[in-house]
Design a protein around this ligand. Structure first.
Ligand SMILES: *Cc1c(COP(=O)(O)O)cnc(C)c1O
Length: 373
């Protein structure tokens, strides 16, 4: 049996990530290989750290990219900051909040769940009630941009309430990072993670992560050993530390880090303010078109994520059939509903490279044609 090289179809990726790559990022993947302890590679890693600090808006010394996707950033935050028996309040208003609960329980922590309806933001009152009832809580965790529903929660207020009760704050910013403001230091977030394939439009498989000094203190004071060897951040501190001396922990995914460096460079060059504006402008253009086709948004206006637009599937249309037509006839991928929203909503992602007029117009035209609107 002889196999042919895989022929990639040229899709337009307007789902929940991955997105289409910036052309510069595609090019960066084919750079010649170097050793992951090569001084030139190490220099580049230092730039990765400093660019991540700007994009996370933090001075945190511990700011790195985990060699695994966003889910690993989530798991790293929990395994490092939660010990067996610790009480953790998890705000759940969608699929990814549910995964946080899984993480806490697998560690042997006690998860106190603050539930909100899918499509609603995290309720600040419910969070405060839960903290009043459980003043011995050590961590509050929430998803800033819930990709499964397209809702933005108020990270600043959540962190402020958590701090009143002396809790560390874990924030999932996988979809918010560089698409809407993520102000790590100003808001007082202690563990913040993201993913490479959402608003950075980089290849999947890397998870930017930053820990505050308070988070590092907690890790150093732990009684129990961190359950995961790979995600034990005390072991990679040496590798990422800027002191020049690197020791082997695991082989870095070198080419993916070339791509990440390029993605971060492009983001820094464009500046956060311009990135936020570009995502918002793309959203407004999409919204105008969707309004004209009488689509209803799932999320109330003030909580909508510009980079993740959830709309109800109109009566009389079959979810799978329409998405299959979009893919086959227009090479267009949009996101399906997840969990309790499966078959009920579509999620149109305008992330990074795709947050521009041309992608929006292509999406609207394709939808119009397929729905005969
Ligand atoms: C995509 C996503 C994740 C998981 O990231 P992967 O790279 O798929 O592991 C976690 N949280 C949120 C909010 C996400 O959108």
């Amino acid at each position: 049996m002889k196999y042919n090289s895989f022929q990639t179809p040229e899709r337009r990726l307007l789902g929940a990530g991955p997105t289409n790559l910036y052309p510069e990022i595609s090019k960066s993947l084919t750079k010649p290989e170097v050793g992951h302890l090569d001084p030139k590679f190490v220099e580049m890693m230092d730039e990765v750290k400093s660019m991540l600090r700007y994009l996370f808006q933090t001075k945190n010394e511990f700011t790195i990219a985990i060699s695994a996707p966003g889910s690993a950033g989530m798991e790293a935050s929990f395994v490092n900051l939660v010990e067996p028996g610790d009480k953790v309040i998890v705000c759940v208003n969608g699929l990814f909040g549910g995964r946080m609960v899984e993480n806490v329980e697998r560690i042997g922590g006690e998860a106190i769940v603050v539930n909100d309806e899918w499509g609603d933001p995290v309720s600040l009152d419910k969070l405060e009630d839960a903290l009043k009832k459980n003043p011995d809580t050590s961590v509050v965790a929430f998803v800033h941009a819930e990709t499964s529903t397209g809702v933005r929660s108020d990270a600043k207020e959540i962190a402020e309430i958590a701090k009143k009760y002396d809790c560390l704050v874990i924030a999932d910013t996988v979809t918010s990072f560089t698409g809407i403001p993520v102000l790590t230091d100003e808001w007082g977030l202690d563990a913040v993670y993201s993913g490479s394939q959402k608003c950075l439009s980089c290849v999947p498989g890397l998870s930017p992560l930053t820990f505050s000094d308070k988070a590092i203190e907690k890790i150093k004071k732990r009684d129990s050993k961190i359950q995961s060897w790979f995600l034990d951040q005390t072991l990679v501190l040496d590798y990422w530390s800027g002191q020049g001396k690197r020791s082997y922990h695991h082989t870095a995914p070198i080419n993916s880090i070339f791509a990440l460096h390029e993605a971060l460079r492009l983001a820094c060059d464009e500046t956060l303010e311009n990135l936020w504006k570009r995502h918002f402008d793309a959203h407004l253009r999409l919204k105008k078109g969707l309004d004209e086709m009488s689509f209803d948004f799932v999320v109330e206006k003030q909580y909508r994520l510009p980079q993740m637009n959830s709309i109800h599937i109109p009566d009389g249309y079959d979810d799978f059939e329409i998405r299959t037509k979009l893919l086959n006839d227009y090479n267009l991928e949009i996101g399906a509903g997840l969990g309790k929203f499966a078959g009920k909503i579509w999620r149109i992602g305008l992330m990074g490279y795709n947050a521009r007029n041309e992608s929006v117009d292509y999406c609207l035209d394709s939808l119009k044609n397929v729905l005969n609107k």
